[in-house]
Write a protein that binds this ligand. Structure first.
Ligand SMILES: Nc1ncnc2c1ncn2[C@@H]1O[C@H](COP(=O)(O)OP(=O)(O)OP(=O)(O)O)[C@@H](O)[C@H]1O
Ligand SMILES: [Mg+2]
Length: 352
């Protein structure tokens, strides 16, 4: 039998732990009569499952005939590709032509006799959204891995205008905390400031335990032990499952604890090569200092870390908050901090 766990990114894994509450919150909001928001930002550390969640929501809405879903690339001219994709929709193209929308000046379609010649891309999108609205359909645009650039700025400010015109247009963007944050704080994009942010946190440990128990026919205790090793981090859940599946022998009573011990070096190596090195590279020097201190213990008092690196309370709070928002550090109990990602401490200890 093929390994049911996957170490590739972005594809829906076979062993999938559902994030019911977040997915439902978004789909129910978008499906409601008068949605109070038409956009969400999904934030999470690398490997937290942003792309998987985005594809999941897209898939669910695509199955609904009322929805048109399109994925746009943030490194290209977003407005232009949005217009082109709308125009090319097989179920809508006829209606656009019937509505005499002539987008030939924008390089789309052909000249229409007595048509309305449109030369502005935002105008083109508005006119098409008008037709779509009459057909009572809704459009979801997804943009994965946003960073701040001119295309994202242009799209976001146009989106604001489309929403004001009451078009049935919806948006989900995903990104790392630092990127989403700089987009939200861009002075020209005030509406994104109010866009709800959904933070992808750890997967439910009981759900992970249940999956390991089922897939490996392990005891509750062993499965819980393995789940603990992943700390609920989605990528680690796949990697550990993948390695245990690969290395286990086909005998009835496997000692999962010693098996996990033998695969630990491989587990560490995969986490490091696939994500931790990147995460580390993206931290600032000061953030690294904090993480370095934390990597020496299970959990530490804020005060002790602060004193040992010589920061005053305000400076330290800035870095602490940023690391928490990035999903790398968490508060555990009063005044205590700890590293969120599994085996990240081992990784850090290995490079300092
Ligand atoms: N809900 C889930 N249940 C089980 N595994 C998951 C889940 N979500 C994601 N994964 C696994 O975690 C890994 C990372 O998922 P994904 O590619 O969605 O992360 P990401 O947040 O988009 O990362 P990046 O920031 O690097 O793009 C994949 O191996 C995927 O199979
Ligand atoms: Mg991704």
């Amino acid at each position: 039998m093929q390994n049911p766990f996957t170490i590739s990114f972005g594809k829906k894994p076979e062993q999938y732990i559902s994030r019911i509450s977040i997915t439902q919150e978004i789909t129910e909001m978008f499906n409601s009569e008068r949605p109070s928001t038409q956009a969400y930002m999904v934030v999470g550390v690398r490997g937290a499952g942003k792309t998987v969640m985005l594809s999941n929501i897209s898939k669910e809405l695509r199955e609904d005939a009322d929805w048109i879903v399109m994925e746009l690339n943030p490194t290209r001219d977003i407005l232009e590709s949005f217009a082109a994709k709308l125009y090319a929709l097989p179920e809508m193209n006829r209606l656009f032509i019937d509505a005499k929308l002539d987008l030939s000046l924008l390089g789309m379609g052909v000249t229409i006799e007595k048509g309305v010649k449109i030369s502005d891309v935002e105008q083109a999108i508005s006119s098409m959204m008008e037709v779509i609205k009459k057909k009572k359909k809704r459009v979801l645009v997804t943009i994965d891995e946003v960073t701040i650039n001119q295309y994202v700025r242009e799209f976001a400010s146009a989106f604001q205008i489309f929403i004001r015109s009451e078009y049935p247009l919806f948006l989900i963007m995903t990104g790392l905390y630092e990127n989403i944050n700089s987009i939200q704080n861009d002075k020209s994009l005030t509406f994104l400031y109010r866009t709800p942010k959904v933070v992808l946190e750890a997967l439910n440990i009981s759900a992970i335990t249940g999956t390991y128990k089922r897939v490996f026919k392990a005891t509750e205790e062993d499965a819980r032990y393995m789940a603990g090793l992943t700390k609920g981090y989605p990528f680690a859940f796949q990697v550990l499952g993948y390695l245990v599946w690969k290395r286990r022998e086909k005998k009835a009573d496997i000692d999962y604890r010693s098996l996990c011990e033998t695969i630990m070096p491989e587990y560490d190596q995969m986490l490091q090569e696939y994500v931790y090195e990147k995460i580390w590279d993206e931290l600032s020097v000061k953030e690294r200092q904090v993480v370095e201190k934390l990597s020496g213990a299970e959990a530490m008092k804020v005060k002790d870390i602060r004193d040992s690196i010589g920061y005053d309370s305000n400076t330290f709070t800035v870095y602490r908050n940023r690391l928490i928002k990035k999903g790398i550090v968490e508060s555990v109990g009063y005044g205590m901090l700890s590293i969120t990602l599994p085996r990240f401490d081992v990784f850090v200890q290995g490079i300092i």
